[in-house]
Write a protein that binds this ligand. Sequence first.
Ligand code: SF4
Ligand code: SF4
Ligand code: SF4
Length: 317
Amino acid sequence: MNQLTFAIRQEAARILEENVVDVVIGFEVGTLPLKAQPAFITRKEEAEKLVYNGFCQNNLAAYLTRRPKEERIGIICRGCESRAVRALVIEHQHDRDKLYLIGVPCTGIIDWRKIEREVGENTLQAVEEGDEVIVTTRDGEHRFQRVDVLHDSCKRCLHPNPVGADIVLGDPLPEGDPERAWAPVLEFEALPPEERYAYFVQEAERCIRCYACREACPMCYCTECFVDHTTPRWAESMITPSGTQAWHIIRAFHQTGRCVSCGACERACPMDIKMTYLVDKLSYDMVQQYGFEVGASDEEQPPFAAFTLDDRNRFVR
Ligand code: SF4
Ligand code: SF4
Ligand code: SF4
């Protein structure tokens, strides 16, 4: 057992025993080797089930909006999860004083697809050992450098350290490099419009409208999503090019100033569709145009959700 798992189990057991929270949201061993699965622990004895490693694929903040508002929740938070929690608190989705954030400085999530592309879909066991991921298949043992199989969102992560946590387990990590983080946005922007459009069409046309990306995203919590709305109908619900394109565009716009770049949407997508390049561009614009980054402050509203009475645009008054 790694040190973080041990520390998380101890803290989860303590806050349940001392009645600080009603439930702790963390991870337990999954039924598939490269994926840990979310766990909801309500008794201190169950804390022994919790694990923490690079196979913890979900953004746990997505579960906050599915729990009763009066519940006191302990939640394991990496950098992106803690920023999503902040954004959700600002959006009045849960009271901050009913949350207990167990912060974990994050070394990134292992991209199971990168491993399966090398070894096929026959992994029997996967473990992390220092900087390596060791995967056992029917053909034998395969070793990967952790850095080579990180999810792309984690490779360009700017903020691996949790913000506003009640306790932080583990040592703080260096912040990410903005140049590396925004490089894909700038590269994509530099392409001719027809190439950008061709890429967008190519990615959108593989979409099967399963909405796993929506379910995985901490910031997608509307009780009725715009795609399910019939009057008016914002986007065709059938799998047509215009319908899927509208879904991808409107979804990205709904994340403007709210996306925490966790990549959970891409990891959940059964079609391996790239989505974060759209929201990353909008996040980049938020930083450049408004100096706004999700989770940097525990009270600042996203620019598109805020207004002031001295705004130059009369329609907001
Ligand atoms: S984006 Fe990846 S590396 Fe950054 S905090 Fe989230 S899970 Fe960790
Ligand atoms: S849109 Fe994707 S990357 Fe952004 S917060 Fe949601 S799941 Fe994370
Ligand atoms: S998870 Fe993938 S296939 Fe499903 S709706 Fe989202 S983009 Fe489309």
